[in-house]
Design a binder for this molecule. Structure first.
Ligand code: SAH
Length: 412
C-alpha cells in the first residue's frame, strides 16, 4: 500500500475527521489516480485511508479513518447500502431522491440520484472513478432500480484530470435506453431527461421547498406569481397547486422552458394560467418594473453565482440586484422565496445581502422561515463545505412606499 506523509501540524484537520487533504499539506508520497493510499502524519502514524488524485488540489479524499477497515468491494457495498438505508427512513414525498450525496455519505465525489426506476449518477472524483463498476453494481443492488445512466459531465471532473463521460452504464438489453423519465413529487407528475437535464436531470434539493411554496401561496391567497429561474417549472406547478391564478415562469434555457407548459397540462391545470418567458431574469425584472407589474408571490432560485468564497463579493452584488428588483415588484403583503445555492455564500452573508437589497428597494420584510436543501441532501457535522443551499421566506410589509435608500449599503 502506498503512503502519503503529511507535513508536521497538517494532521489536525484529519484528526477532526475532515475528509480532504490539500496538496500543500503533503510532504511526500504519490500514487495513481484514484488509488487507495495510507495517509500518515509526519511521524508515520496512521491517519486515514483515502483516494489519491494527483491533479486535484484536493489531493486525497478520505474513505475511512479506521485503520482496520479494508477499502475493497465490500467496503463500497457497505457505504452504498448505508446511504440507501438512510433514505428509506427519511420522509421523502417523491419517487425522485438523492441516494448518495458525496462526502455526507462517506463517498467523496459520488452523487447518485434516483428517478423512479432509473439511477442517474455522477462520478466526480478520481476515487469513485476508479471504483465505478463496483459502485454501479452496488447502487443497483441496494436500490432495486434496474438501469443506471452516467452523468459524469460536471466541470469538477476537469479539476481531477478526468474527461467527461455520459451514457448508460447499466441497463437490460431489451431496454430501449429512453432517457426520458417521469417522477411523482408530492403527487405532481414531473418529467425529465437524465441525458439532457441539468445536473443529473432535476433539482431534487428544492423538493420540500416546492411543497412549502404551494402551502404559503394558499395560506396568503397569492394569485399573481412569478417563478424566476424556473428550470422546468417545479415551482410553477406548486404555485398552481396552491391556488395561483396566473404564473409567469422565466428561464434562459429553452429546453427547460419547453417542459413548463407540458407540466402545467400534465398536472391538470389550465395552460392559459401559465405564461413563459425565455429571458435573462435580471432584464425581465427591470422590464416588469418599468411596465408597472406587481406580483403576489415571487420565487428567485438563481444558479450558483459564487462557486467558492473567492467569488463572494461579485456574486453578492448579483444576488443583491435581483433581490432588490424582486422586492420592488412584490405587492405589499406579498411573498418572496429567495435562494442562494452558492457554497461561497453562507446563510449569514445571504441574509445580509437580502437585507441590503431591501434597504435599497425602500421596503421592509419579515423573514418568516429559513430554508435549506431537502433531507436526502444531508451535511455531516464534520464537513461544513457540504452546506450550499439556503433560502429565506419573506413577507413584504404592507403600507410602505418603495423608494431608493438614502445611504449606501453593502455591496455597493
Ligand atoms: N427552481 C428550479 C431550479 C432552478 S436552477 C427548480 O425548482 O427546478 C437555475 C436555473 O436558472 C436554470 O434552469 C438555468 O437555466 C437558469 N438560468 C441561469 N442563468 C439565468 C439567467 N441569467 N436568466 C434566466 N435564467 C437563468
Amino acid at each position: 500500500m502506498k503512503a502519503v506523509r503529511l507535513r508536521p501540524g497538517k494532521e489536525r484537520s484529519l484528526q477532526r475527521r475532515h475528509p480532504w487533504v490539500f496538496a500543500g499539506s503533503i510532504d511526500k508520497g504519490k500514487a495513481d489516480s484514484g488509488e487507495t493510499v495510507r495517509v500518515e502524519d509526519a511521524a508515520g502514524r496512521f491517519l486515514a485511508w483515502g483516494a489519491y488524485s494527483g491533479e486535484s488540489q484536493i489531493r486525497v479524499r478520505v474513505w475511512s479513518f479506521d485503520e482496520a477497515e479494508r477499502i475493497d468491494r465490500a467496503f463500497f457495498q457497505r457505504r452504498v447500502e448505508r446511504a440507501v438505508a438512510l433514505r428509506a427512513r427519511l420522509p421523502i414525498a417523491s419517487s425522485g431522491m438523492r441516494l448518495v450525496h458525496g462526502e455526507a455519505d462517506g463517498l467523496p465525489g459520488l452523487v447518485a440520484d434516483r428517478y423512479a426506476d432509473t439511477l442517474s449518477v455522477q462520478f466526480g472524483a478520481a476515487g469513485v472513478e476508479r471504483w465505478k463498476d463496483t459502485l454501479a453494481d452496488a447502487l443497483l443492488q441496494a436500490s432495486g432500480a434496474n438501469r443506471l445512466y452516467e452523468r459524469s459531465d460536471a466541470a469538477v471532473r476537469g479539476l481531477e484530470g478526468l474527461a467527461p463521460r455520459t451514457g448508460w452504464l447499466r441497463k437490460a438489453e431489451a431496454d430501449s435506453g429512453d432517457t426520458a423519465v417521469t417522477i411523482a413529487e408530492h403527487g405532481w407528475q414531473l418529467t425529465l431527461d437524465v441525458a439532457e437535464g441539468h445536473k443529473t436531470g432535476y433539482y431534487l434539493d428544492q423538493r420540500d421547498n416546492r411543497a412549502l411554496f404551494a402551502r404559503w401561496v394558499r395560506q396568503l391567497g397569492c394569485r399573481e406569481v412569478l417563478n424566476a429561474y424556473c428550470y422546468t417549472g417545479g415551482f410553477t406547478v406548486a404555485a398552481l397547486a396552491g391556488g395561483a391564478t396566473r404564473v409567469t415562469s422565466v428561464d434562459s434555457s429553452a429546453p427547460a422552458l419547453q417542459r413548463v407548459q407540458a407540466h402545467v397540462a400534465l398536472n391538470g391545470f389550465d395552460p392559459a394560467a401559465s405564461e413563459c418567458a425565455d429571458a435573462d431574469v435580471n432584464a425581465f425584472l427591470r422590464q416588469s418594473l418599468e411596465a408597472g407589474r406587481r406580483f403576489d408571490a415571487i420565487v428567485l432560485d438563481p444558479p450558483k453565482f459564487a462557486p467558492t468564497a473567492a467569488h463572494a463579493e461579485r456574486a453578492a452584488r448579483a444576488y443583491k440586484d435581483i433581490n432588490r428588483l424582486a422586492l420592488m415588484l412584490l405587492a405589499p403583503g406579498g411573498l418572496l422565496f429567495t435562494f442562494s445555492c452558492s457554497g461561497g455564500i453562507g446563510a449569514e452573508l445571504f441574509h445580509k445581502i437580502v437585507a441590503g437589497a431591501a434597504i435599497d428597494a425602500g421596503v421592509d420584510g419579515a423573514i418568516v422561515q429559513r430554508l435549506e436543501a431537502a433531507c436526502d441532501h444531508p451535511t455531516t457535522l464534520l464537513f461544513p463545505e457540504g452546506e450550499y443551499l439556503k433560502g429565506l421566506v419573506i413577507i413584504r410589509q404592507a403600507g410602505e412606499r418603495p423608494g431608493p435608500a438614502a445611504g449606501r449599503t453593502w455591496p455597493a
